[in-house]
Design a protein around this ligand. Structure first.
Ligand SMILES: [Zn+2]
Length: 186
């Protein structure tokens, strides 16, 4: 859908919800909302595989690599309201490592789409699994959902935690515990 089509739909929503949709403050709102939505969903146009594949290196390192506290902002696909928080990603390489900044980029590519937190979590884990074939990969996401907080459905300060554990993180409880200790809030 083009930018101008989105603008027309936003204008229709404004007419439906606001008694004075023609007032000055709303004049440029359809354009602003359309631009904001394009930015917040730009991940659809980005290929996760190319993020990873451009930065793969052969390295005989087989200890756990943890990238913690990656800030992310996403939109829940049920309400198109933000959910946001921190992602923690770990993997144990099998001869292949990926540039650390690319892990954060990967989170960004999937977060900038309409999402549910559960799918966002598994997509990050599965992409790393697929392209690095690591001995294990673990992803934990902690987020607050404005669709819960603003609509008062759940406890006001609740945090939703999701995780995906593959390989050694699933089969070896010591490995999993080491990871959970490393990403525990300080
Ligand atoms: Zn929601």
């Amino acid at each position: 859908m083009s930018q101008s089509e989105v603008e027309a739909h936003v204008a229709a929503i404004l007419r439906a919800i606001d008694p004075e949709p023609e007032r000055e403050g709303l004049e440029r709102t359809p354009m602003r909302v359309a631009r904001a939505l394009a930015y917040l969903t730009k991940g659809y146009a980005q290929d996760p595989a190319s993020v990873i594949n451009g930065a793969l290196f052969t390295e005989p390192y087989s200890e756990m690599i943890v990238v913690r506290d990656i800030d992310f902002f996403s939109l829940c696909e049920h309400h198109i309201l933000p959910f946001f928080g921190q992602a923690h990603v770990a993997y144990i390489p099998r001869e292949r490592i990926v540039g650390i900044s690319k892990v954060a980029r990967l989170v960004e590519v999937y977060a900038r789409r309409l999402q549910v937190q559960e799918r966002l979590t598994t997509q990050i884990a599965e992409t790393i699994e697929q392209h690095l074939s690591p001995l294990g990969v673990a992803v934990v996401l902690e987020a607050e959902h404005l669709c819960m907080r603003m609509r008062g459905i759940e406890k006001q300060n609740s945090i939703v935690v999701t995780s995906a554990m593959h390989g050694a993180f699933q089969t070896n409880s010591k490995t999993r515990e080491e990871f959970m200790t490393l990403v525990r809030p300080r």
